[in-house]
Design a protein around this ligand. Structure first.
Ligand code: CS2
Length: 498
């Protein structure tokens, strides 16, 4: 089939093939500025917002997408070239594809090219909400000190050259300063990242920065700015060249960067918006007073589950999450980890059927059509585990609970960080701490505990004898007998005790 380039001019040509925006995009104003226009945002918030534009006809709530880092130039160029349009491809459970062209991103800015345009946009009267997907590491939080990390060179640069910021903290500070000076209303700053208490985290980190950079702004922020916590969920693998080609072949859409995702989606948001909000509840989002327990459940079961499958699967030489999830020993291991180590830390979750939640996760992980990349899951593990697994370990240690499965995963990560899988094939380690991880992984061959000395990841975990003993044992076992055998032994050991 001949394909046609996706852009505003050609949009109506796709109508017969896929759903397209039926609202008049030229009337839509960007009430939301979103920083971080990667796949996840485009499969999640931008979709909810697109659905709402369809449904409500309220044109005040479109999105201006901001690409913050040099690295984001490609997505910025793509969106610019396609007038903000892209195709969202949902890979359904039966393998069929549901495609929809999303139109909610009506403006786009590339921060490194024009920092003042981004600051002005964030400060503009029309902007009522600034949402963020800046990744777990983007909050600049140091696990060892439990503080904002002022030693980050980019932060130092933002303190020295405030009007040409590089970090989100520099941008937000400048924009809030303008809002205050102009006597404007405040704004809601809404994190959509996988961080426990993501709104609180954003608030704490931003206030730490502002205290140094612009202390006179503190009081105004405390009064005028809100930081709703939110729990976000939708598995969104990296788009593959085959996805792009299939879209061209099957639907005739020439889209340089479509987004692929699973059918499931969830968004639970605290209803604390300083300057109004879209009625996202009309298209399936849930508003609540306290989202923290739900975030905790999702991070320590879904995201941690991903990391467990990712790390163990990578060592076994698997490439995708469904391969790891269909390895019955690894699947049993994950199930036992969830039941024996995570569940006791979750407390009472009103209205949630935890057993069916866990079951649904195993099904989602096993979806063979998604082909979520183990490389994606294992990227930036050093920023993920402190959020996904460490809180479980710390809570279990505090209550004398079980930690063997978690210790096993950390030991497997230490071995993973040597850079080879069990078949001797190289592992691509994409992590801001890659060098440190590798050095410590080498040192761990002599003394496994060395790996735990990365305090920015593990805090003072190395001080727990109980943990170190279990970790050390797993470390030696994995090197000697391999993941498969050790996982089976550990599963049996726990099952036989029941
Ligand atoms: C994944 C998440 O990055 C990761 O390690 O666990 O991207 C996960 O797919 C999403 O949070 C799902 O909602």
């Amino acid at each position: 089939m001949e394909s046609i380039k996706l852009n505003a001019q050609n949009l109506s040509k796709f109508e017969a093939k896929v759903a397209i925006p039926t609202y008049d995009r030229s009337l839509v104003k960007a009430g939301i500025v979103h920083v971080g226009i990667g796949g996840f945002h485009r499969a999640h918030e931008a979709l909810y917002t697109d659905q709402l534009l369809h449904k409500s006809g309220n044109e005040n709530w479109g999105i201006c997408g901001v690409a913050l880092l040099e690295f984001d130039q490609k997505i910025y160029n793509t969106l610019k070239d396609q007038d903000g349009l892209y195709t969202l491809i949902v890979k359904e459970l039966d393998g069929s594809l549901t495609k929809r062209v999303i139109g909610s991103i009506v403006e786009y800015l590339f921060a490194p090219e024009n920092p003042s345009a981004v600051i002005e946009k964030m400060a503009s009267l029309n902007t009522k909400i600034i949402t963020l997907t800046i990744t777990e590491g983007g909050y600049n939080y140091n696990e060892a000190t439990k503080q904002f990390d002022f030693s980050n060179p980019l932060v130092q640069q933002d303190l020295e050259h405030p009007t040409k910021p590089k970090t989100i903290f520099g941008y937000l500070t400048q924009a809030l300063k303008l809002r205050k000076e102009r006597g404007q209303k405040g704004v809601a700053l809404q994190s959509c990242d996988n961080v426990q208490g993501n709104g609180h985290m954003l608030q704490n980190m931003l206030l730490s920065f502002v205290k140094k950079a612009e202390p006179s702004l503190l009081e105004w922020i405390q009064k005028e700015v809100s930081f709703p916590n939110s729990m976000v969920d939708r598995i969104t693998p990296a788009t593959s060249p085959a996805d792009i080609l299939n879209l061209k072949k099957e639907s005739g859409i020439d889209d340089a960067w479509p987004v692929v995702c699973e059918p499931f989606k969830q968004w639970v948001i605290e209803d604390h918006f300083a300057n109004g909000r879209p009625a996202w509840e009309e298209v399936g989002a849930q508003f609540t007073e306290d989202v923290v327990p739900y975030e905790k459940m999702k991070l320590s079961l879904l995201n941690a589950g991903h990391s467990v499958l990712g790390i163990l699967g990578a060592l076994r030489g698997y490439a995708t999450i469904d391969e790891a999830a269909s390895d019955s020993n690894i699947a049993d291991f994950l199930k036992l980890y969830m039941d024996k180590e995570v569940t006791p830390t979750l407390g009472d979750l009103e209205g949630v059927d935890l057993e069916s939640y866990k079951k649904s996760l195993l099904e989602r992980f096993g979806n063979v059509y998604i082909k979520d990349q183990i490389d994606r899951i294992c990227s930036e593990t050093s920023a993920k585990l402190p959020i996904f697994i460490l809180p479980t370990i710390n809570a279990q240690l505090k209550g004398n609970g079980k930690i063997k499965f978690a210790a096993f995963v950390i030991a497997a990560w230490a071995i993973y960080s040597l850079g080879l899988d069990e078949n001797g094939n190289p592992l691509v380690i994409k992590d801001a701490l890659a060098d440190v991880l590798h050095q410590k992984a080498i040192a761990a061959k002599k003394e496994p505990k060395e790996f735990l000395s990365i305090e920015s990841v593990f805090g003072d975990l190395k001080k727990s004898e109980v943990f170190v003993d279990a970790y050390r044992k797993s470390y030696h076992d994995i090197l000697k007998n391999g993941v498969e055998r050790c996982v089976l032994d550990l599963n049996n050991e726990i099952l036989n005790k029941i």
